[in-house]
Design a protein. Structure first.
Length: 359
């Protein structure tokens, strides 16, 4: 009881001191104007810090660290992720990692199995019907190689080591040009397509890697997988998971899944897909914060990320991380919850909505 009274007193003082900064509607206090206005979440956090200084308590919002995985040089492939190579067997992997935290449909007609310890040592593994590894992904320091490439290697060093990247991937029904804005490179090595993602805000360093067995990629009939409820849900959970893995990599708190917010986010993705627009404000003039309030969702601060047209949540996330405003939402240490909603337009292009919030 005493703790609550002390915190209440601190909050009252902070509210009085900062009155000129909070006299606008709560929904305007978002990361879109972070650094210009003071959110109620900030007042709450300062109250907690002041209380802790009065009582001698230390508050640590950062995630406790799991022991780093010891990486071995791959034996049969140029690259491995988390000591797993394309062609490995599921039983052996789960002897080391245990059961997956989640398995969800991906764009290759398989499932991504996610392995992690509270989103540390995070990797995705795709298995075929024989439980053989056909795909791998991580955005953490789990990449090992027979060369000197790992997370943190610069793009120029990658080019020196691997040479010129692919300009296009020839599929069964179409040819797809690979990235032309420099945010990632695609290489064909060991009968696999290896996508190396770069962080444009950190000196074009390697920030993630996806490895996919060649035929999975070339057997595609179109740039986008056929829309389905399973794929919709898969993309939602995958974007949530890779976002939390990104935060864990940086020592930030992981976000809780919010099912109500997922509903709000999905409705906005559906609306954009059906009505052919792409905007935070819908055609009724509602902001993301209006939509959450309309759905009865209470929040102190909130932010929204949108992406459209990327073939998977992995590509969507890496693109968002290379956009400064979206990146701020992903690595905002004030947010505590996330809901992700996805839908598809008539061309099967995914439309992604992420709604972040704190209460």
């Amino acid at each position: 009881m005493l703790k609550k009274l002390v915190k209440l007193g601190v909050v009252i003082l902070l509210v009085v001191w900062t009155k000129p900064l909070w006299e606008e509607p709560v929904e305007n206090f978002t990361t879109q104007v972070f650094g210009e206005r003071l959110s109620l979440a900030y007042v709450r956090d300062q109250a907690n810090l002041l209380y802790d200084s009065f009582t001698g308590n230390d508050t640590d919002n950062e995630q406790s660290q799991t022991k780093a995985l010891e990486l071995d040089q791959p034996e049969n492939q140029t690259f491995s992720i988390g000591n797993v190579e394309i062609g490995d067997n599921r039983e052996e992997i789960e002897n080391n990692y245990g059961e997956p935290a989640r398995e969800t449909a991906n764009e290759y007609g398989l499932e991504w199995a996610s392995y992690h310890e509270n989103y540390q040592n995070f990797l995705l593994v795709a298995y075929d019907q024989q439980d053989t590894v056909q795909g791998l992904y991580t955005n953490q320091d789990l990449v090992a190689a027979q060369n000197d490439i790992t997370l943190g290697t610069t793009k120029s060093q990658v080019h020196e080591e691997l040479g010129e990247a692919e300009n296009a991937i020839i599929h069964r029904g179409f040819n797809m040009q690979t990235n032309d804005d420099g945010e990632y490179d695609v290489y064909r090595i060991d009968g696999n397509y290896i996508t190396i993602f770069y962080d444009v805000h950190e000196n074009d360093e390697v920030t993630a890697m996806q490895i996919v067995e060649e035929s999975l990629e070339t057997d595609k009939n179109s740039p986008y997988a056929d829309a389905s409820e399973d794929l919709k849900e898969g993309f939602e959970y995958q974007l949530f998971d890779v976002t939390n893995a990104e935060r864990a990599k940086r020592g930030l708190n992981v976000l809780d899944w919010n099912e109500e917010v997922r509903g709000t986010a999905r409705k906005h993705s559906t609306d954009m897909a059906d009505n052919h627009y792409f905007d935070h404000t819908n055609q009724q003039g509602q902001s993301p914060f209006d939509r959450m309030q309309e759905d009865g969702i209470a929040f102190m601060s909130a932010g929204e990320n949108l992406a459209q047209g990327q073939p998977s949540s992995i590509y969507a996330h890496q693109g968002l991380m290379n956009s400064e405003g979206h990146r701020k939402n992903i690595v905002n240490d004030g947010f505590t919850e996330l809901g992700v909603g996805v839908d598809f337009n008539e061309d099967n292009q995914p439309v992604y909505t992420e709604n972040f919030l704190s209460r």
